[in-house]
Design a protein around this ligand. Structure first.
Ligand code: C5P
Length: 222
């Protein structure tokens, strides 16, 4: 993987990885892959077509043929499922939880592997998720594992959802996030964990600016 650089940022929900990944991609002029959005869209497609979230065969088939398009315009990511804008719909915590159910299925993950790898294009790729550095891009040039305390993460998600106009309450959010993290860490395939060669950063007491500086410095050292 030497000619096209990849920076992977993995971590639990609310660790700030999406924000940082987008900022770094913008600074470097690299492509950006929000891998979690793929699982969110697949879960949304399952709900739309009345497919149970544990029907592994059918979900894997749907994953292979998923009509999903990412459009980035003026730094805003729009997500289209079968031509319809689902950008906001997929961001609720319920959608995140549904995503983590379909993401636990091995055949679904296998079906989505090449689609994710295809985002690795010149001049480089910044990607965020759970298994970017361990499974999807194991030879990435730079790997970060970003985390933060459970309280800080829940508060960040709460703020993010409110800003998007999505209804939520903090105690329910804390419960949903811990249920999702637990499922993501305990699943048999590609569980959430830092790659052995990842830089581990705890952002609990760091502002976005400080994390951004730290992560982008990694890539300018290439
Ligand atoms: O990152 P985001 O919160 O959008 O991810 C939603 C869910 O998708 C996660 O909780 C996780 O279960 C799944 N996911 C995954 N592997 C990735 C990215 C997301 O399993 N690389």
């Amino acid at each position: 993987m030497s000619e096209i650089s990849v920076l992977t940022i993995d971590g639990p929900s609310g660790s700030g990885k999406g924000t940082i990944a987008q900022l770094v991609a913008k600074k470097l002029g690299w492509h950006y892959l929000d891998s979690g959005a793929i699982y969110r869209v697949l879960a949304q497609a399952a709900l739309k077509h009345h497919v149970a979230l544990d029907n592994e065969q059918q979900l894997a088939e749907m994953a292979k043929n998923l009509d999903l398009v990412f459009v980035i315009d003026n730094d805003v990511l729009t997500v289209l499922l079968e031509g319809g804008d689902v950008s906001n719909l997929i961001r609720s915590e319920q959608a995140g939880n549904a995503a983590s159910k379909v993401a636990a299925l091995p055949l679904v993950r296998a079906a989505l592997l090449e689609r994710q790898r295809a985002f690795r294009q010149l001049p480089g790729l910044v990607t965020d998720g759970r298994d970017m550095g361990t499974v999807v891009f194991p030879l990435a040039n730079h790997k970060v594992f970003l985390t933060a305390s459970a309280e800080v993460r829940a508060e960040r998600r709460y703020k993010q959802l409110k800003e998007k106009g999505i209804e939520c309450n903090l105690p329910a959010l804390i419960a949903e996030i811990s249920e999702r993290d637990e499922r993501d860490m305990q699943r048999q395939v590609a569980p959430l964990r830092p790659a052995d060669d990842a830089l581990q950063l705890d952002s609990s007491a760091m502002g976005i600016e400080a994390v951004f500086k730290h992560v982008s410095a990694l890539c300018t050292e290439v």
